[in-house]
Design a protein around this ligand. Sequence first.
Ligand code: ARG
Length: 470
Amino acid sequence: TKAQAWSALFSEPMSDLVKRYTSSVFFDKRLWQADIMGSLAHAEMLAAQGIISAEDHASIQKGMAQITSEIEAGGFDWKLDLEDVHLNIEARLTQLVGDAGKRLHTGRSRNDQVATDVRLWLRGEIDVISGLLVELQKSLVETAERHIEVILPGFTHLQVAQPVSFGHHLLAYVEMFKRDAERMADVRRRVNVLPLGAAALAGTTYPLDRERVARTLGMEGVCQNSLDAVSDRDFAIEFTAAASLCMVHISRFSEELILWMSQNFGFIRIADRFTTGSSIMPQKKNPDVPELARGKTGRVVGHLMGLITLMKGQPLAYNKDNQEDKEPLFDTVDTLKDTLRIFSEMVGGQLNPATGVKEGGIGVNADAMERAALKGYATATDLADYLVKKGLPFRDAHETVAHAVKAAISEGVDLSELPLATLQGFHPQIEQDVFECLSLRGSLNARNTLGGTAPAQVRAQLARHQARLA
Ligand code: ARG
């Protein structure tokens, strides 16, 4: 039996090593649904254009239905000898329906076929990822809503800076994941374009109706240049770039979760099922999930580097190099999906079907956060602003407050614990009402500009997100 689609020309068989080296079936078989979908759309068009007969079209449909159930049942015999998903399915089709199967590839090449398959598959995965990004945003929004009034020390340079609402802090991530979702939607528009009809590289001599195939497949258009259609993978690179950014956002959040749950912060707890113990230290509960997410970010960014490097030296048009697009792309999708799923649950908890309430999300130790915020003179800027309102130029106020902070540090107290008389020593216009502005809550409430951390602003942000995500 003929082992390869082109074997007549060849005087010797491939060695086993070369077969294993060049074959992709054991990873690209996951494209099978896209491959069948693309083939069916192509066959339907071939029949409509009178390139194949209606009977052949019917046989192809029947054969593909059979192959679908074989694959779904796990009974399909994937053969390394047949190199990839495309040749495996086509060979089986021909086995099942004879010549009609051999006619399927009319006006088509594996070059436009594989580009189509990857696009169709990726389109579906982008839709899943977009849904998961909505879920994660919802989890963050729900958690933020419960913690608008909880005060967290906001950091710059990891030094206590100004108090912020914990809800506000979480909503910062919602903004990031919102942009990630927008990027996914944007990438999808360029993924969802049809290469089929480009054939090997130059187009084909048959009167194909490419637009018809695009419509059947729900694609937004056809690739306008056959050489470009079969050879570029910029859509995959773009997707991986968007995925990398999303993982970077997850990674920054992970870093914060890890810090916050260390004993020295003690700000939060995450559910035990996202942590592991130590084989030697009985007291340990380690934040393995956020740590792994931070680690897996490196892996996805690595895939981006891999894909972009894969492309850089390739002359037009198709080159076998492009077979190497699949494993990084598949792994990027798998890693991102798992990470998003796990974070939605870790942040927002899991729905208890008995009560209809989500349980086991992030647990917050509001006292520890507040105590930490009280440690770092987080309201010093508020005192400077207070003096500005009394007429001092900001730079002078800044200097005056620096003296006050220095004195408070040497006393080992917070600014709000200095007696009024001491404060007045720094500036005579300081009055009793200063203590309101030196309090964490006063500081928070005062930051009432659009996008600021005042609870009123955070509520407005929340409402905007809730409406958008509903
Ligand atoms: N398995 C190949 C890939 O992933 C399919 C296209 C191969 N085309 C070719 N002429 N060798 O890119």
